[in-house]
Design a binder for this molecule. Sequence first.
Ligand SMILES: *Cc1c(COP(=O)(O)O)cnc(C)c1O
Length: 400
Amino acid sequence: MKFIPYGRQNITAEDIAAVVEALKSDFLTQGPAIEVFEQAVCAETGAQYAVACSNGTAALHLAAIAAQIEPGDRVVVPPITFVASANCARYRGAEVLFADIDPATITMSPLACRKILERCAAEGRPVKAVVTVDMAGHPCDMQAFALLKKEFNFVWIQDACHSIGSSWEDNLGIRWKTGEFPEADMTVFSFHPVKHITCGEGGMITTHSEAFAKNLRLHRSHGIMRTADGFSNREEAFAPDGSVNPWYYEMQSLGFNYRLTDIQAALGTSQLQRLAAGIVQRQTIAAAYRSRLASQPFISFPAVADGVSHAYHLVVAQIDFMASGRSRAEVMNSLKADGIGTQVHYIPVPMMPYYACSVASDEINASLAYYRQALSLPCFPQMSDEDIDRVCDAMRKALA
Ligand SMILES: *Cc1c(COP(=O)(O)O)cnc(C)c1O
């Protein structure tokens, strides 16, 4: 019996050929494949600048640096996300404040966020940055957060690790791709193997701001400036005749080695060609689950807001385990015995021992209620119709 995992990468002969070509090229890292990948992501998302880096967590960290988040600053994050969304604030010594989710879409509630923004402003310690998360591939309420940003003047980091290839429609009927909307200051993507497209490990930040793009590039590689127009110590940088000294480079800020290799970038560019087709396949799988499990008691699915094209990084089922009389562990173990992998996305971040004392549980009621019912079902483009049937049959059996 074939095991069906909850997510799986899709590597084709073209991908392998692209990687082999990179391996045979003059550059394994810091070569031309990086810019090709960055330009391809700009073209795909409609962003003006894209900065590739080693993984999504590094991308969040770089975005937090570019946002000038400093020790003692306050950063708002939703509880239902991967821990990295919150950790980027902690890397900068900032305080994380959790704003509850909207129970319909599982993305950060603009209302809950507003309450925190107002309280912090009243305390004279306004919020420095807000990290929204496009949970499972559903864009957060982009227009609401654009309005909040106008009113409260924070840096908006959009964690789009789940939502590359998604889009939404504003109230004028204009459709925006994720990465295209200029009100979101920086949009972060991950290319881990469970995500839509993979580099093995990889990340990207898109932005419409040249200043953010420059800052992200600087800190991606040690804070070292290598281009003449950026040098500040002109006496050391330039010869008396005005030419650049050939050995010269300048470390201007404390950065990291968060670079992506050319090998990984070549894989990413090749994978990107299939992003759109992969999204359609994921949407088809999600629709099949919804219709085939529609009459099954105890199971429902989160709402999709009007105008949203969902990227379905995950298909989360919401299961009333209490009413079904089966615990989540029993259901997961039963599915596993039938060769089906499931996972819970996510344990609320404030429940993690590291964050445990940072929030009162009644402030994140919707997140806790969601968590108790969440179970991610297998969803990846190579799933066959029979695979989907197998998952549905096993679900009925597990809940019977
Ligand atoms: C995967 C993920 C990350 C981290 O990306 P990595 O590439 O694994 O470091 C951050 N945020 C969210 C929401 C993710 O799903």
